[in-house]
Ligand binder design. Structure first.
Ligand SMILES: [Zn+2]
Length: 376
């Protein structure tokens, strides 16, 4: 979902990052404020003033979004949940949660914290605008405050729409979870609401596009698609996490993977393993002790003339650089490590001995099968 990101600053130990797609949103907001909203509300100012107001307005939007996500994050931390950071992207902000809340109550408080914070900010900005107006401050000053008051009201309202994974959808899920005592069922219901709402937005977008409102229509269309996709993927993510929790890695691994003895020459390895089995990754062993791993990348570094005198053991990645996992370890943790380290396979060990290979592809295939059976 995210492309390139730039870290802006760190606050309360949370790293605030901006996705490059946010720059597009910021430009769009600045442009529509400077060319549309401000000139129509506050007439007779210079073009430069409108643009200054727009720039301050965009900074205010950024502060409002961070304030909203920060509230989610602080409440999450209060309940002992780890939040990696806050990222701003095309459709607003998101607090990156590492794990799911443990109870309906925690979920509820975490979810409402954001909209409550936005409501609070709306009150503050509207208050400032009223004060500025009654004490005769220049229109650009209270004009911006009043715009930010409205924006925060909108942010609170939009986020409270009961469509998972938006805040309102999380509140809905918490309520259903509390009532039914069944997280899976609650998640399915809240996700369905999310994807229906997304579909409604897509429809609204198409209707607007057809009636000539291109910018607004396109925007609704995109947000609708995004919400539908987010609803579906957060459901799958949660279901896979639930299926893997408490399951040992052993259950998902490939037993007896093809391993290369460390004294094999590079030429023998290329001919008998690489060309024969077609895998591009092999554990390297001495007997059944794991020494490291070898990939095509390491072979490329050896000149062909030296293939007969170089052994696989000499060029293998050592054990400490090879990513291993214990056979009895939790499968959820295995998946989390693959995602965090950006690797697609782990070598499974038991007391230093090679026992299997866990690949992301196999894990996903098994999960997909089980998900399919569960849908029935
Ligand atoms: Zn929120």
């Amino acid at each position: 979902m995210f492309g390139r990101q730039v870290t802006l600053f760190e606050i309360f130990g949370f790293r605030v990052k901006v996705d490059l797609s946010w720059a597009f949103l910021a430009l769009l907001i600045a442009w529509s404020l400077a060319q549309g909203l401000f000139p129509s509300l506050y007439q007779g100012l210079t073009v430069a003033t409108y643009w200054w107001m727009a720039v301050v307005g965009v900074v205010g939007v950024l502060v409002s979004l961070v304030f909203h996500e920060l509230s989610h994050s602080l409440v999450a931390r209060r309940f002992g949940l780890e939040i990696r950071g806050i990222t701003l992207f095309l459709f607003g902000g998101v607090a990156e949660m590492q794990e799911e809340p443990m109870s309906a109550k925690v979920e509820f408080w975490m979810a409402v914290a954001g909209p409550l914070a936005s409501l609070f900010l709306a009150g503050v900005f509207y208050g400032l605008a009223a004060l500025g107006q009654s004490y005769g401050a220049p229109p650009p000053v209270w004009g911006i405050a009043s715009y930010l008051g409205f924006l925060n009201l909108l942010l609170a309202g939009f986020n409270l729409i009961p469509a998972f994974p938006m805040d309102g959808g999380r509140v809905l899920r918490a309520a259903l979870w509390y009532r039914w005592g069944d997280l899976k069922r609650a998640t399915r219901a809240a996700s369905r609401a999310g994807s229906l709402f997304g579909l409604a937005l897509v429809g609204l977008g198409l209707f607007n596009l057809l009636s000539g409102n291109f910018v607004g229509g396109f925007w609704w269309f995109l947000i609708g698609l995004f919400i539908r996709q987010a609803a579906a993927s957060s459901l799958v993510q949660l279901q896979s996490r639930q299926m893997l929790t408490g399951e040992p890695v052993r259950r998902f691994m490939t037993d007896d993977p093809v391993a290369v003895p460390h004294d094999t020459t590079v030429r023998a390895f290329v001919e008998d393993y690489l060309f024969h089995h077609g895998h591009d990754f092999y554990p390297v062993v001495a007997g059944d002790r794991l020494l490291g791993s070898i990939e095509t990348r390491q072979i490329k570094a050896v000149p062909r003339a030296l293939w007969d005198e170089t052994t696989v053991g000499e060029i293998a990645r050592p054990l400490d650089a090879t990513i291993t996992i214990e056979a009895g370890g939790d499968a959820v943790q295995a998946l989390a490590r693959m995602q965090r380290d950006g690797v697609s396979r782990l070598i499974v060990v038991e007391r230093g001995r090679l026992v299997g290979l866990l690949t992301l592809k196999d894990l996903m295939k098994l999960l997909a099968l089980r998900l399919e059976l569960e849908q029935e």
